[in-house]
Every structure is written in structure tokens, then in C-alpha cells.
Design a protein around this ligand. Sequence first.
Ligand SMILES: Nc1ncnc2c1ncn2[C@@H]1O[C@H](COP(=O)(O)OP(=O)(O)O)[C@@H](O)[C@H]1O
Ligand SMILES: [Mg+2]
Length: 267
Amino acid sequence: MTLEVDHSPRVETPLLQFVEVAKTFADGTRALAGVTFAVPRAQFCVLLGPSGSGKSTLLRCVNGLVEPDRGTVRFDGLRLERRSLPSIRRRVAMVHQHFNLVERLPVGTNILTGALARVPAWRAYLHWFPRELRDKACALALRVGLEPHHLRRRVSELSGGQQQRVGIARAFLCDPDLLLADEPVASLDPATARDILELLREAARERATTVLCSLHQPELAHRFADRVLGLRSGRIVFDGPPERLDEAALARIYGDGLAAARLELAA
Ligand SMILES: Nc1ncnc2c1ncn2[C@@H]1O[C@H](COP(=O)(O)OP(=O)(O)O)[C@@H](O)[C@H]1O
Ligand SMILES: [Mg+2]
């Protein structure tokens, strides 16, 4: 008997796929005007666009916080809808601009809240997390550049940059396939912003985690992205590698705000 070997090239399913996704809010504001793109696994994809261009709305369509009124979102081939949302959410983590940590709780507990979807509520309420999760939280804290003595400190005692390190450790606790980051460095000074994006990119690379990260600074997109999606008025107006983010591309993304964007790129 001979075995038939299939030599046809396999097209890998993209981890995330948007097809003609549109969203108009109840007050008539159109945030997304038909957005189509696909993100392959392990890519660091940056959404670049001015304020109000639809970046947060797009990210929120992935974890079900915004329901599109047209189009399809697929995660690993699975159509995102009410029934599939819980299983998709378990594979997606989020990093926020304002960190979204529980300030009165210690750093270690904040990192452990990344497992809330997986630990029974009563155990989480008693701060009783399994040993292996606690060990993993400690290892992640060290990986993101925190020190052992930070683990017992309240989050409110840390600097902004350190708080975002906690946010990143929390996001990686359950080994997400996709990490969404909504302007994760917008509240940080430029040097800290670069450190944090470097950390996010390296941590994602080590785990082959796909990242969809919104930024409004072209300079940072240029430096850290594998690929840039430029968004303006809810439409994708640029899709390419950061090297192609030239004057013409910036003009398409920023329009009248181009002068400010150009200054930032030159800085
Ligand atoms: N819940 C909402 N209700 C009404 N309008 C909204 C809501 N969320 C966002 N918008 C509007 O949708 C547009 C896109 O917003 P957003 O996605 O937050 O953009 P970005 O993150 O790029 O700043 C903006 O005009 C914003 O004011
Ligand atoms: Mg936003």
C-alpha cells in the first residue's frame, strides 16, 4: 500500500480576521466604516491613527465589548458571536492605557487577577490561587523587570512604568494567543514608553503571542511594529511594513494633523 503525501501548500488560518466590520454608535457616530484585514500568528501589528479614528472601537470588537453592526470578526477561524465569545475571551488578554489595576491590592495579587476567568470566583475572592499560578506570577514579575520585594507592595506605590509592567505580567499569566494593547504607553514619558514597548515585543516574541497594539505616535510604530495598519475616520488607509510609513502614508493617516506627526517622527 502506498501512502499519499499531500504536497499542496497549506494556507494557515490567520489568528484574527476582520471582514467589512462596521460600527455606528447609537448617537449616530460612525466609528468603523467597513474594516477588512487579517493578522497572522506571532505578528506585532500596530494600529496607528489620530484620536477618534476608531482604534479603541476596533480592539473592543475583538473581545466583545463592542458589537459590530455589520461584518464578521473571526478568531482562529471561529466566528465571534455570543456563543463563541467565552471561549475566545479565554485566549485573549488586554493591556490598557491607564493600566486598569486594583490600586489597593498588592502587585502579586494584581498579576494573579489575570487568571480570574480560570479560577472559581470564591477562591479568587479569598485570594486563594493555586501554587503553580502563584509561582508563575512571581516568574512573570521578574521577567517584566519588577523585583521580588515589589510583589507585596500596593500598586499605588509604584511609578506609571512599573504599573504597566504589572499590567503586562497580568496579561501574559494565562498564555494568551492574542494580546490587545490599547495605547499602552500613552500615559508614560517617552523613554519609559520605549522601554515598555520593547518589553511587550520581546515577551510576545518569546511566546509567539500575536499582538494588536494601538498607538498614536508614528515614531513608536516605526520602531516596534512588524506591520502597521493606518486608521482614519474608521477606515484602513495604510497597510504595510513600518519602512513604508513615509510622508505620503502619514498624510493619508493624519490629514491636517500631519505636521505634528512629522515632527514626532523626526524627534
Ligand atoms: N460608546 C460610544 N458612543 C458614542 N460614540 C463613541 C463611543 N465610543 C467611541 N465613540 C466615537 O467613535 C469614534 C472612534 O472612537 P475610538 O474608537 O475611541 O477612537 P480612538 O481610539 O482612535 O481615539 C470617535 O468619534 C468617538 O467619539
Ligand atoms: Mg482610543
